[in-house]
Ligand binder design. Structure first.
Ligand SMILES: *Cc1c(COP(=O)(O)O)cnc(C)c1O
Length: 309
């Protein structure tokens, strides 16, 4: 990080998951990034990208995202006092639109699908002084997300990291954080829901794959294709790719709410499910660190509706 720049994100607690630790006979650690002002880890990477863009002269930040990335970019833009426009697809929930507007940035509803929204954002970014803020595919995003591991190494000892994968910005940050803290030999368990498993498909195929469609309720993980960088990391780091069902992800959200009194999206429940289901991939490890990535697209009513899956 450049000196003299205060990060926009906060340091988050690392907690022991006591019920799961005793159930599994392991030390299960939780990096509680749901506590970020953005409700997800996204302020780490997107915050840093926005900060560097403004330091380099950007006068207008433009982010296409109807989810946690857009909300984080809104918070970053407001904190940096720079004009910020968040473009969201028509399907974006009213609660998310309201949350973004309440930050005081411009919200534009454009496009039926994210691809169209993204095209509109790219077009708008041609304007003088404007900078395009992607949701996951940028080195500054990975660099910022890596601070999660910089903190965690000061907080606990762990022998594997479990994180969910959408476009792979979180995974890329986790691996970068491990490598820059001398933990290149600590493996990562990369988790997706079955209907959003673009990383898993790439690993299986041995090359990047674009999924024809997303069929998971975990819309936050809905990148049809992961970042090339995230896929290429499988060649330099041990990454176990696993998938869980939507039901397993939602069950994990429910159990986590009971155990830790905290609501998280199914995108985050997917990572938690690896431990709640005690999947075989976990058996060889003794001190798993789960990235509690959080997410604002959840409330009691949604959790209840998903329960009937
Ligand atoms: C963005 C996000 C993810 C996935 O992160 P990627 O960088 O897209 O892989 C997972 N969970 C939550 C809550 C998120 O906001």
């Amino acid at each position: 990080m450049q000196t003299g720049m205060q990060p926009l994100h906060i340091s988050t607690p690392l907690l022991a998951h006591r019920p799961l630790s005793s159930e599994l006979g392991k030390s299960v650690w939780l990096k509680m990034d749901n506590n970020q002002p953005s409700g997800s880890f996204k302020l780490r990477g997107i915050g840093l990208l926005c900060q560097r863009a403004v330091a380099n002269g950007a006068r207008h930040l433009i982010c296409p995202s109807g989810g946690n990335a857009g909300f984080a970019a809104a918070i970053a833009g407001a904190a940096l006092a720079v004009k910020t426009t968040i473009l969201v697809p028509e399907a974006t929930q009213e609660s998310v639109r309201a949350a973004i507007r309440a930050i005081g940035v411009e919200l534009i509803v454009s496009g039926a699908q994210w691809d169209e929204t993204n095209q509109a954002a790219l077009q708008m970014s041609q304007l003088d002084g404007a900078v395009y803020i992607p949701p996951f595919d940028h080195p500054d995003i990975w660099d910022g997300n890596a601070t999660l591991i910089d903190e965690a190494v000061q907080q606990a000892e762990f022998d594997v990291v479990i994180c969910s994968v959408g476009g792979g910005g979180l995974l890329s940050g986790v691996v970068q954080g491990l490598q820059r803290n001398g933990l290149s030999t600590v493996p990562v368990i990369a988790v997706e829901t079955e209907g959003a498993a673009s990383f898993h498909a790439a690993v299986q195929a041995g090359e990047l794959v674009t999924l024809p469609a997303i069929t998971s309720i975990a819309t936050t993980l809905a990148a049809r294709r992961v970042a090339k960088h995230a896929f290429e990391l499988t060649r330099s780091h041990v990454i176990h790719s696993v998938t869980v069902s939507d039901k397993q992800a939602v069950d994990a959200c429910w159990r986590f709410a009971d155990d830790m009194h905290t609501l998280v999206e199914p995108a985050c429940g997917a990572a938690l499910a690896v431990a709640y289901q005690n999947l075989p991939v976990l058996h060889e490890f003794h001190r798993p660190l789960i990235i509690v990535c959080g997410g604002i697209g959840v409330d009691m009513a949604k959790l209840a509706a998903w329960r009937s899956l």
